[in-house]
Structures are given as structure tokens and as C-alpha cells.
Write a protein that binds this ligand. Structure first.
Ligand code: ADP
Length: 470
């Protein structure tokens, strides 16, 4: 099949979270199984852009709020990513250092989507599926299906993958001035709760909708940041496919970012990674090392961490170390900074995005904590399973689908509620488990043999596309 993925993020070009990891790996695996998947994304001013060679493949213009906006489509020359990568360059709007966080983000992603549709309407490439990811590409199925100017795209099938339904891209109606040749009577297709809602528009207009885990899809029926009735209404076209991980990037045997490579038979080398990590942060290597990696936001229950860690230190008389890597809400960072001094030598927090350190942490830690309130799939627990680091997770979304408690003959520690009590209790369980070395060894071996690569899920996506044509 001929597939075009449209996304705001793609690893290693530009990444904020799991969306980038998925869009940077799923197309590669789709190509490996005999299909032709390509990616288009905005052209940000990233290191990847500067370090690679590009060819201009298209120049066009869109009418945008009464003015003529020129855009250029560039293609990465080497195809080293395992798929063709196209970036849309719109001078002054998209070519910025950050992906999100600007006051005019709505205009930026609107212009991006219109340029994508304009480009593919002129493109010689025949497409079977346009696969849009999250709200940043959510208006594309609407533009393709319901615009006279893009009539030649109306037969191409569309799939929306929801990586996170909390963010929906709400806009007020004044934004329709940016839309190409706007037909008022179609307003209902893009409206939710009296606003333009790009995620809702995609749920209404795409042929099929999926989330990145089956449990998350079930949860959206009653917890979807206002879209619950829409999911209930459209449930006939909704399903869940669990994310895979890129086994070439996330492989402890070959990972160039970690100090000592290891595999299931040389798991003692994992200990050397722990040793180096503990040395860097002044920790006692004999104690269990628990880590947290992620965005410091309410969805990840990061606001509970400072108090939960402090209580666990008090109750266990500092029987573990905790290393935290993340960035996000200022008040959460402050809470986590405030406990630095009190638990000096046992706790350290780093407030930055650091890919290298994250790999070293997955490789060197004993446990990874994910107390998430909402977790559409979660990739951290999949990476930690691959690196022999036991996940401690709340039973929600993809965490529920990928981690089985050691008490049920599994390879993780699971709890039900995003509360301080449940987190502290789980830390007690982790410390207890850590003392049973043969059991830890056994659990590690079990988790490192689980296959969470993209092979199966990439095929599931192909079958989902094909089901649209049946
Ligand atoms: P989400 O997309 O909700 O942020 P996921 O678990 O799906 O969460 O994906 C998170 C990805 O981002 C993982 O690859 C994780 O390692 C990475 N990540 C998150 N925060 C950081 C950070 N501060 N430094 C390095 N990597 C990070």
C-alpha cells in the first residue's frame, strides 16, 4: 500500500514525546513488510535539518487569511531513516526552534495542514491512505473529503491515530478566515462545544480512528476531555493498536548511548551501567535505583512524586535511590527541586530533555516508576522491559496492556490508583523484590524475552487500512 503519515513530530528529526518515536519507527517497519510508507512534517529549525542534505521537491502557495502564503516541500536526500521524509517549509511560521509553545501555534499547524493537502493534490504519487496523527493533522481528513478544490483527494482513505486525546487544538470561529474557500454549511463537521475542534473533526471525518492501546480506547468512552459522547457515537470505527518500539534504536546490545552493552545472557553488564550512573549522581550502588523519565505534568501524576518520594524515604529509612529526568510544569519542577537538599545522596532531579541520559537510565536502573493518571500507550515501560528495568506502573491505558504484576507470574509491579499511598506501597514492594536476587534475575530474563517490536503492530495497521477498503 502507498501510505503517507502526517505528523508534527518524528524521531530523530523533532521529538517532544512518544508521538515522535511512533512516527519515526512505524513507517520503517511498514516498509520492511513490503509497503511504501512516507512521512511529512513541518520543517522546524532543528539540528537534524542542519546536519542532513535536502532536495526541493515542490513549491506552492496557499491562500491564508487573505494573503498568499508560499511554501516549499523538501525531501531528505539519503533516506537513511528507512522511509522518505518530507518537510513543509513555511517561512516565518514553521521554521522555528521549538515544535510547540508559540502564541500562534494554531495558525502554524493550520497552515501546515493546508499546505500538505495542497501539495498532495498536485502530487504525482498515488496514495492509498493518508494516516494523520493527533490534532495537529486533524483537519486534513475534513479538507480532503469536503473541499471542492481538493476533490481529487476525496477517494483516498484516511486513518486518525490518537496518541493523546487531552490536546485537541481548540480554535474559535474567527480562524475560519484562514480556511481555504470556506463552506459554512459544513461547520458541524469541525465543531465541538461551539468551537472548532480539530481532533473532533478528525474523529468525525476520518474513515477509521485508533488509539495507541486497546485499554485507552475503552477509557476514552468515559474520560476524553469533553469528547466522550463523540467517541461513544463513533465507536463503530474506533479500535486500539498497541505501539511497538524501534528495536534498532532501543537495543541494549548495540545502543551507542550506554556505557556497557548487554543482552539477556550477559545481564551482569547491566550492573556496570548502574555503577556508572550511581557514580555520576553520588548514589550507593548497593541500593535499588528507581527512576522516573517524562513530562512533568498532571497526566503523568508528576505532581505526586515529590511527596510520594519523601514519604517512601521516611518509611523505608532511605533504602533506595531515586533519579528523576523530565521537564514541564513550573510548580512541579519546584516541588521536585525543593526536596533535593533533604534527600541529598539518595535523590537527584534533572530538569531537561536529555536523550543520552534517558538511555543510560533505562540501562542502569533497577525500577522505572510510571504512576500516570492517563497513559495512551506509554513507551517508557516498553523501553525499560527491553533493558531489564522492572516497571512500576499504574494500571491504566497502555500500561495495563503491557505490564503484568509479578504476583500474577508477570514482570512488573502494578497498582490501581494514582495516589501517594499506592506509589509508596509500590516502592515498598520494589525494595522487597530487590532483596530477592534470584527472583529479580528471573523477572529480568522474562521481561527481556517479550517481543514488543513493531513487527506485529505494523501489520495490524496494514490490516486496519485494508479494512477501510473492504
Ligand atoms: P508522552 O508521549 O506522553 O510524553 P511516552 O511514554 O509515549 O509519553 O513517550 C515518552 C518518550 O519521551 C520516551 O521516549 C521517553 O524516553 C522520552 N522522554 C520524555 N521526557 C524525556 C526527557 N526529559 N529526556 C529524554 N527523553 C524523554
Amino acid at each position: 500500500m502507498e501510505i503517507l503519515h502526517v505528523s508534527a513530530e518524528c524521531y530523530p528529526v523533532a521529538k517532544v514525546g512518544g508521538l515522535a518515536d511512533v512516527v519515526g519507527s512505524l513507517p520503517k517497519y511498514q516498509n520492511k513488510i513490503g509497503h511504501h510508507a512516507q512521512v511529512v512534517m513541518p520543517m522546524y529549525r532543528t539540528i537534524f535539518l542542519q546536519e542532513n542534505q535536502w532536495d526541493v521537491v515542490h513549491k506552492g502557495a496557499i491562500s491564508f487569511g487573505g494573503s498568499n502564503l508560499e511554501f516549499t516541500v523538501i525531501k531528505e536526500r539519503s533516506d537513511a531513516l528507512g522511509f522518505n521524509l518530507y518537510c513543509i517549509d513555511i517561512y516565518g511560521l514553521l521554521d522555528r526552534e521549538k515544535i510547540y509553545g508559540y502564541d500562534d501555534d494554531n495558525q502554524r499547524f493550520l497552515a501546515f495542514q493546508i499546505a500538505v493537502v495542497e501539495w498532495i493534490s498536485k502530487w504525482q504519487q498515488k496514495l492509498d491512505v493518508v494516516h494523520v496523527h493527533d490534532y495537529h493533522a486533524g483537519l486534513i481528513p475534513f479538507f480532503m473529503r469536503h473541499y471542492y478544490d481538493y476533490k481529487n483527494l476525496s477517494k483516498i482513505r484516511t486513518l486518525l491515530t490518537i496518541h493523546n486525546a487531552q490536546y485537541q487544538g481548540w480554535m474559535d470561529w474567527s480562524f475560519t478566515k484562514f480556511f481555504p474557500s470556506w463552506d459554512n454549511w459544513k461547520a458541524g463537521l469541525i465543531e465541538w462545544n461551539s468551537q472548532i475542534n480539530p481532533l473532533a473533526a478528525a474523529i468525525k471525518c476520518a474513515d477509521k480512528v485508533n488509539t495507541v492501546s486497546p485499554t485507552y480506547m475503552k477509557e476514552l468512552m468515559y474520560n476524553a476531555n469533553g469528547l466522550e459522547p463523540l467517541f461513544e457515537y463513533e465507536k463503530g470505527k474506533c479500535s486500539g493498536i498497541i505501539n511497538g518500539i524501534d528495536y534498532e534504536v532501543w537495543n541494549p546490545e548495540t545502543d551507542p548511548l550506554i556505557s556497557d552493552n548487554f543482552n539477556i545472557d550477559s545481564i551482569k553488564a547491566k550492573q556496570k551501567n548502574k555503577f556508572n550512573l550511581c557514580k555520576d549522581f553520588g548514589f550507593d550502588v548497593e541500593l535499588p535505583l528507581i527512576i522516573f523519565i517524562g513530562r512533568l505534568v498532571g497526566e503523568k501524576a508528576a505532581d505526586l512524586l515529590a511527596e510520594a518520594i519523601s514519604r517512601a524515604f521516611e518509611e523505608t529509612d532511605k533504602k533506595f535511590n531515586f533519579l528523576m529526568l523530565g521537564s514541564g510544569e513550573v510548580f512541579i519542577e519546584q516541588q521536585l527541586k525543593n526536596i533535593n537538599e533533604r534527600w541529598f545522596g539518595y535523590y537527584h532531579s534533572r530538569f531537561e530533555y536529555n536523550e543520552r541520559l534517558s538511555h543510560q537510565m533505562y540501562a542502569g536502573a533497577d525500577f522505572l516508576l510510571m504512576p500516570s493518571r492517563v497513559e495512551p500507550c506509554g513507551l517508557n515501560q516498553l523501553y525499560s522491559l527491553r533493558y531489564g528495568t522492572i516497571p512500576i506502573v499504574r494500571r491504566t491505558g497502555g500500561l495495563n496492556d503491557t505490564v503484568v504484576d509479578v504476583g500474577d507470574n508477570g514482570y512488573g509491579i502494578c497498582f490501581n490508583n494514582a495516589t501517594i499511598d499506592d506509589i509508596v506501597y509500590s516502592v515498598h514492594r520494589a525494595i522487597h523484590l530487590y532483596q530477592n536476587k534470584p527472583m529479580v534475575e528471573n523477572v529480568r530474563k522474562k521481561m527481556m524475552t517479550i517481543n514488543n517490536s513493531w513487527e506485529k503492530s505494523a501489520q495490524d495497521y496494514i490490516e486496519l487500512y485494508q479494512s477501510i477498503y473492504r
